[in-house]
Design a protein around this ligand. Sequence first.
Ligand code: NAP
Length: 310
Amino acid sequence: MIDIAIIGGGAAGLTAGMYAARGGCQVTVFESFLPGGQSAKIRHLENYPGFAQGVSGVDFVLALQEQASRFGVEFCYETITGLHLQGEEKLLISAKNRYPAQTVIIATGASPRKIGLAGEERLTGRGVSYCATCDGALFRDQAVAVVGGGDTALTDALVLANYAARVYLIHRRDAFRGSFILQQRVKQTANIETVMSHVPKQLIGEDKLQGLVLQSTVTDLQRTLPVAGLFVAVGVNPQTEFFQDQLELSGNGAILVDGKMATSCPGVYAAGDCRETPLRQVVTAAADGAVAASSALEYLISQGKTLHRS
Ligand code: NAP
């Protein structure tokens, strides 16, 4: 029996694991492939407290995983496809096994939202991408576009400006919502052209992206950009599909929690980007993980449960 089962090995899940293991619990973090989540995709994490010069996302999550392991967190590299959360004993189901657990922390994160254009799926990996850090280098000396006006879009444009000849940053309004410091850097980067009050209307290309038609949001005018890459950064969707019937969710599918990260189901907690939150940052995900673990531990003790590791 697992004391605290954690689904997701990003900053929230790994931090929850570390806190729970230090609290004397048997903890297993379930992760489909490699731990790290969205944090691992960050080229240069510069706003996590304590790293004066910043740190690469990969280095950050590797250190966090090592730290969690040091306190006894176990890792299980299986995709959880089913969950029974109601009742005293919880059950996690993968293709290979069934894992009973006393409590569950859901830290499944969020995935990039699609823009919803015809051909988007077909051209994904053939010019359309959702990760500038992963795919930016493929567009060296070419023209690319980024769509979105938040921190992700601004960061993506700055990352891509290191490789691409020209970066068009397309936003549907006349003001960005991303951080001031990122907006300043975008302004100061010579090969980024901002295209405000426009939205992508059509992807050009059959086997690979060859261009993008934009539609103005204030006039009837259209414009065609000859780009080889389109980086979509229009927000994220919480990854909560496979347990949505068992927990209370917000209108956009994020898990509703109280100040202790407790969900609507006793003994089940949520942390990080999968929960309803005003800010999705590495530091807030890590903080959520710490609160969720401490609450799960408090729950186990209040219920008089036996912990399986001392
Ligand atoms: P976000 O803040 O939700 O921004 C999404 C952007 O996409 C908005 O500008 C939105 O426009 C635009 N958009 C949404 N749907 C669109 C559509 N159908 N067509 C065109 N544009 C569309 O998402 P995010 O930038 O991915 O950030 C998510 C969270 O991660 C935030 O909390 C952010 O602070 C955090 N984050 C932080 C950093 C950092 O600190 N360096 C880096 C990345 C992400 P409107 O503005 O008009 O709504």
